[in-house]
Design a protein around this ligand. Structure first.
Ligand SMILES: [Zn+2]
Length: 300
């Protein structure tokens, strides 16, 4: 059940979801099983495949390495096309917005100003990825993806030094030995989108957690969100690129690690940990390629 904490991680966390949430998958399949829906999906899949061939035009020097990456993904991901909780799925389900819970796994006090600075920095990192798309490119339906922080989870209420009600606060709800926002509000736990047991309702549900752990180096990322060091996050707020967080967001949207191989002809890039500190051209095209292979499921 424990996730890797000292390395960037993807495969273990995605596998974890499959093991934990089989009922959620079954329920989702049941919802979409009407004959009319099936017919619509088949028709739009055909249309989308034609469109994607027409507007998929990466730079020529990236065509081969992108193909290598996708072939590797197809041959190594256990449920590549069946998995339904990528960041893409969450974003579409939440109409172009990502709701976050901050898991403050630290005893350090948080002022209202620090809370808001973390939100701004998180929005900036998410936008680094989302802004690789031109509106309409490859059917991408958004010109802006909004990050909304709906909750903070903490061990002790007094750690949070504000009294306004701008976010929901969850105290001492412990999972994985860290504070979490209420499970009835979390996408990870409710992949059928039913947040009726969430105290704040669907508006206060969270798609991902930004899990900030005191003393942690490196990071982890998956469909549940991103985990990095709290000191690293706070110390990086003034930086344009918070590169470990950027890398982990890449995992949330399905991108792989490159510990054991490198695509032909490309140099450093963000998803090859330690070789770049920002979203490079190659990262951007890998990101678009992942979307390209999933867009049919949304009829886009
Ligand atoms: Zn990684």
């Amino acid at each position: 059940m424990r996730r890797r904490t000292t390395m960037f991680g993807l495969a273990t966390t995605f596998a974890l979801v499959t093991a934990l949430a089989p009922t959620a998958y079954a329920a989702q399949d049941d919802v979409g099983a009407s004959a009319a829906t099936t017919t619509d999906v088949v028709a739009s899949t055909t249309d989308a495949a034609i469109r994607s061939d027409q507007d998929w035009n990466p730079p020529s020097h990236l065509v081969n390495p992108l193909n290598e990456v996708w072939n590797h993904v197809e041959s190594t991901y256990p449920d590549l096309y069946g998995f339904r909780n990528y960041g893409w799925d969450q974003l579409i389900a939440n109409n172009g917005q990502i709701n976050y819970c901050v898991r403050w796994d630290s005893a350090a006090p948080v002022s209202a100003q620090l809370r808001d600075e973390i939100h701004v920095a998180l929005q900036r990192q998410v936008s680094k990825w989302m802004d690789v798309f031109q509106p309409g490119e490859l059917g991408w339906p958004y010109d802006h993806v909004e990050v909304k922080v709906v909750g903070w989870a903490v061990r002790d209420r007094s750690t949070l030094q504000w009294n306004d009600d701008s976010v929901d606060i969850y105290v001492n709800d412990i999972r994985e030995n860290a504070p979490q926002c209420a499970e009835p509000c979390g996408r990870f736990f409710n992949q059928d989108g039913d947040y009726s047991r969430c105290p704040g309702g669907a508006d206060r549900h969270y798609d991902q957690s930004l899990w900030l752990t005191s003393g942690m180096g490196g990071g982890a990322g998956g469909d549940w969100g991103q985990r990095i060091g709290s000191e690293y996050m706070v110390g990086s707020l003034g930086q344009d690129n918070i590169h470990i967080l950027l890398h982990e967001i890449g995992h949330t949207f399905g991108l792989d690690d490159f510990y054991d191989w490198t695509p032909s002809g490309v140099g450093g890039f963000l998803m090859k940990a330690g070789s770049a500190s920002e979203v490079t051209e190659f990262d951007a095209w890998m990101f678009k390629d992942f979307w390209r292979h999933l867009r049919d499921r949304y009829g886009l």
